[in-house]
Design a protein around this ligand. Structure first.
Ligand code: GLU
Length: 490
């Protein structure tokens, strides 16, 4: 019978979901969807001091926003629950006792202070810290006296002086030296299982078939493989994703700017754009294609095309990918997505026609990388926001420009309104009247109407503004240039 793929994403709710974790979630999700398997969400919240309900809520929200819905986990349930690690502590303890019974773990009475002291001493000598095995060989009477002294015990797993090997789907055969691992704690004296033990029990109990996670966990995997064997279970298959680096080639972190998924949402990236970009961090398609919908990613994804080399997070590339997704999304849906950004920007939207707003967005849509850039691009269309940038102002102060703007006023008197149909006529009339053409005509027009020297097509600007607004702007420009004669009395 073919094995059903079961993968999981196991964030610790101690902070926000950042791009590294989101990519891990995405690859697990893609693999599950492609194979018809299950995508499990498990919250690793046993660090009670650092885990918060707010972080948990935010992570779930970010995953949903990205479109990475889970088949089992918080909010959906499933046959392998509970899906919060803090609710599974009794299960962890049960297996810890089993290993104790088999003699594969021992009680350790070392205090945190003693351990810290030893750690420091090793570090000071430049030796990577490792437990020295003191309690491994305690005689019964020594143990008794520590117990009498009220020392609580943790459970420590015996690591043999052999190499630990496993096959990684990305990196190939991995080998770690058991002598450098040292005996490690699987149950703390407060009864809580640390990550390496809890994760093994939970992955095995949830019948996880593939563990796809960041390569910062490679050394943990060696410990986990030892635990699987001790428990008599087959380890899942592992695929460790290469690191994500910042542009300076150091591991991506806050130093490189915001990395939280929520940040990218707030500044107006599309979930489709971010997901697409994340997929390119460490994975590539066979044919070099780079723009994908989520459906296409599901079809195209394969573990075999994960890269071993680190991926560099490139904001420009993200913008490029996001723009491609924005382009595919116009009309009503685009308007709905842009509306909150327009509203927050303080533009006066009261009484504005839907169709006009849609046309305004359409005019600037291909110029923006993110939704949050839209208000700035359309604001010139609103009288209260129209102002001349210095370059436009300088251009309009020139006599030739003034002639064009004055001519525009005359020309507009000849038409009832400005429409797509008569735009050419107005412009060619104006060209004749002012005796200029090409850039000498278009630049002053653009500068006067938009306040800027670049922007959407002039025809669209004309139609969106309409005759009345254009005349007002022309008057204002001419007034600024100090000509009483050209000031409007209309
Ligand atoms: N809670 C761990 C983390 O966030 C999970 C690692 C794993 O996938 O095993 O790093």
């Amino acid at each position: 019978m073919e094995e059903k793929v079961r993968v999981r994403f196991a964030p610790s709710p101690t902070g926000s979901l950042h791009v590294g974790n989101a990519r891990t979630a995405l690859f697990n999700f893609l693999f599950a969807r492609q194979t018809g398997g299950a995508f499990i969400l498990r919250l690793e919240d046993t660090d009670r001091e650092r885990s918060t309900p707010e972080a948990e809520k935010a992570i779930l929200e970010d995953l949903r926003w990205l479109g990475l819905d889970w088949d089992e986990g918080p909010g959906v349930s499933g046959p392998f629950g509970p899906y919060r690690q803090s609710e599974r502590m009794e299960i962890h303890r049960r297996y810890a006792r089993e290993l104790l019974g088999k003699g594969l773990v021992y009680r350790c009475y070392c205090t945190p202070e003693e351990l810290e002291e030893k750690r420091k001493r090793l570090l000071a000598r430049g030796i990577p810290p490792m437990y020295d095995g003191r309690c491994r060989h305690l005689k019964p009477e020594e143990a008794q006296s520590l117990i009498r002294a009220g020392r609580p015990a943790s459970l420590r797993f015996r690591v043999e002086a052999r190499s630990v090997e496993f096959e990684d789907q990305v990196r190939g055969r991995m080998s770690f030296d058991g002598r450098k691992i040292g005996d490690f704690v699987i149950l703390r004296s407060d009864g809580i299982a640390p990550y390496n033990f809890a994760v093994v029990i939970d992955d095995a109990q949830m019948e996880v078939t593939h563990v796809i996670r960041g390569e910062d966990h490679l050394a943990n995997t060696a410990r986990q493989v030892l635990l699987y064997r001790a428990l008599g279970w087959d380890p899942p298959r592992f695929a460790h994703l290469s690191m994500i680096l910042g542009p300076d080639r150091t591991p991506l972190s806050k130093r490189h700017g915001a990395t939280a998924v929520s940040h990218f949402r707030e500044v107006g990236y599309l979930p489709e754009g971010l997901v697409n970009y994340l997929a390119l961090l460490g994975w590539s398609s066979e044919d070099g294609k780079e723009i994908f919908s989520l459906q296409e990613l599901i079809q195209g994804f394969s573990l075999g095309r994960l890269s071993r080399s680190p991926a560099v997070f490139d904001g420009e590339k993200l913008n490029w990918v996001n723009r491609a997704h924005l382009k595919a999304l116009q009309g009503e849906k685009g308007l709905a997505l842009a509306r909150p950004f327009l509203r927050n920007s303080g533009l006066e939207l009261e009484g504005i026609r839907e169709s006009w707003l849609a046309a305004a967005l359409e005019a600037v849509w291909t110029e923006v990388d993110t939704l949050s850039q839209i208000p700035d691009r359309v604001k010139f269309l609103f009288d209260e926001k129209w102002e001349l940038e210095s370059e436009a102002e300088a251009l309009l102060a020139r006599e030739e420009s003034r002639k064009v703007i004055a001519g525009l006023r005359e020309e507009l008197r000849l038409v009832e309104e400005v429409k797509v149909e008569n735009f050419r006529q107005v412009v060619s009339g104006l060209a004749k009247r002012a005796g200029v053409s090409g850039r000498s005509l278009y630049l002053p027009l653009r500068a006067a109407l938009t306040g800027r020297t670049h922007g959407p097509e002039l025809e669209k600007v004309f139609v969106l503004l309409g005759k009345e607004k254009i005349l007002k702007r022309a008057d204002s420009v001419l007034r600024r240039n100090g000509s009483e004669r050209s000031a409007s009395r209309e």
